[in-house]
Write a protein that binds this ligand. Sequence first.
Ligand SMILES: *Cc1c(COP(=O)(O)O)cnc(C)c1O
Length: 620
Amino acid sequence: MDFYHLQSFTTKKRVDEKASYTQDENGNPLDVVYDYNYIKARLNFYDLRHTPISHLKYMDFFPIRDRSKIITKGEGATPLYRLEALGKELGLSRLYIKNEGMNPTGVFKDRGTCVEITKAREIGAKAVCVASTGNMAASVSAYAAQAGLPCYVLVPEGTPVGKLAQTLVYGARVLQIRGHYDDCVRLAREMAEKYGYHLCGDYAFRREGQKSAAYEIIEQLGWQSPDVLICPVGFGTNLAGIYKGFVEFQKLGFIDRLPVIVGVQASGCSPIADAYQRGKRVCVPIERPDTIAGAVAVGNPGDAPFLFEAFSKTRGFALKCDDDEILEAQAILGRKESIFVEPSSALPLAGVFQMMKDKEKRRFLISKSGSDSPKIVLIATGNGLKDPRAVLKKYATPPSADPNMSEIDRFLRFKLYKLGTSPKIRERERIVVETGDDMNLKRADELIRREFGLTLPRTYLEDVRKLAQIFKQKGKPISRIDFQRIIEDTLKERAKRKVLEFKDFKVETSLNARPSARVSVRQGLRTYEGCSEGVGPFDAIINAFKKAIPSMHSPSFELTDYIVEIDSAKTDATVKATITMRDELGNKVIGTGTSPDIIVASVLAYEEGYNLLLNSHENS
Ligand SMILES: *Cc1c(COP(=O)(O)O)cnc(C)c1O
């Protein structure tokens, strides 16, 4: 007799592990069922309590038969911090966070991957494949690399760079799918069947690995259960595993009761929270998830049945929070507790804020009179470095300065760091200057005070006015985020002296011919003209610029990077161009430009970079 078997979670019918380890014949999730008497007999209770905390010390609770096959990277044993500052503010004296971002690839998934890749080796897999929103890909490819197994990965196009970079470095063979996570799941399954790869993902064996987070929390709280456990939910595997871990330790008598299980989803993809609110136990799949918390953007959460059971057995429930609440919680965790998490991992704290405002839900968090305050544990699922672009949306680009002390003085005197945090996402599009409105110095001053709490000297206001003028000429209103970009640009602008300036340019471009450009360049009181062609309009302008400028002024340099970004998804969006240039001496400068016109933004960035290079030549 084996010490475990697989069975359908819904029908309880046994499933042959060799035929399928992913789902039953109706597509329902499988569960691993153990002979707990066997586990108890094998378990060394003394060791369990007296050896250092680690994921593998709980090996007896994993469905692993051949321990020589184990692939581990030292996952688990993540810290459980007490949130002192936040707890004090909220009046929650026993608020904790389990920092799962400290796992080897920066995410809780490593616990499950350890079990899953060990199983793949036991089964004798030759290659593995996996669908992922990014973190699973990085985790599975790391463990597969250690096992020497080729790893095929399907991710939705546009996966965050941190996750994609990790996956590529671990040597995975990555295909980006033009679709959502659920498309990747479907295709990975077919790919596994057709090519004989071992399928990794949100399946039964992975869930078993996730249980160790619960064991560790119990151990870290001095062999006690928390009162409330709050966790982000995508597919549901992590929370299902954690819940199962608590149930097992209750069965073995290590704890006397279960925590209230709370799952938090993103409003842009909340099938479980929506079903819960409707009083249903069946999810309606979300076709097009839309949230900044990409790691929980799972439209069809396969492990929902486990969670509905967890909610009903623990008086638990599911919540949803929107992107603004998520980013706010993420910023607060960083600022108040110096924990940097990715957006999905901020969901539990966002959930706490929401519960504190709700009379019904508040009861779970605050102490009843006379009793100790509840022990609340939040699961911080992943490290913030995974998805830095999501964070940078919330913060302004810090000002740049020339390397001298007067710039530091200026930075402190005018409190330029105040630009650092911008308001909520939905605030970004608010119009602060209507189309065609004039911007004078007084107006600029008032606006900057109101929007940023900054008082800038007149020289800057002059620049703000000039940049705002470009918007007027192009017939575009200035939104809050446009205005922020203008100020960012202005603060940068002050650092330099303009030797050469674009006076104007004209460019002609068409679908089937090379673009041509004519530019006039100003140096002091003189103006020079030049014409040229290029492969694109910007290239043509730059070639014409080079022809126009007097030869004494042409340092030799190359562009090493050119990034164009927009702040909204409209064709009239404001464009921020960033150009990096390097000259033959190795001097590197970065020019930026902001305009509703992509060519103008690029030209401004180029002009700035060019002048910075000229200045650095004069200085050296
Ligand atoms: C995968 C992931 C989740 C969601 O976990 P599920 O097991 O899919 O519910 C949450 N946060 C992060 C950072 C993740 O990578």
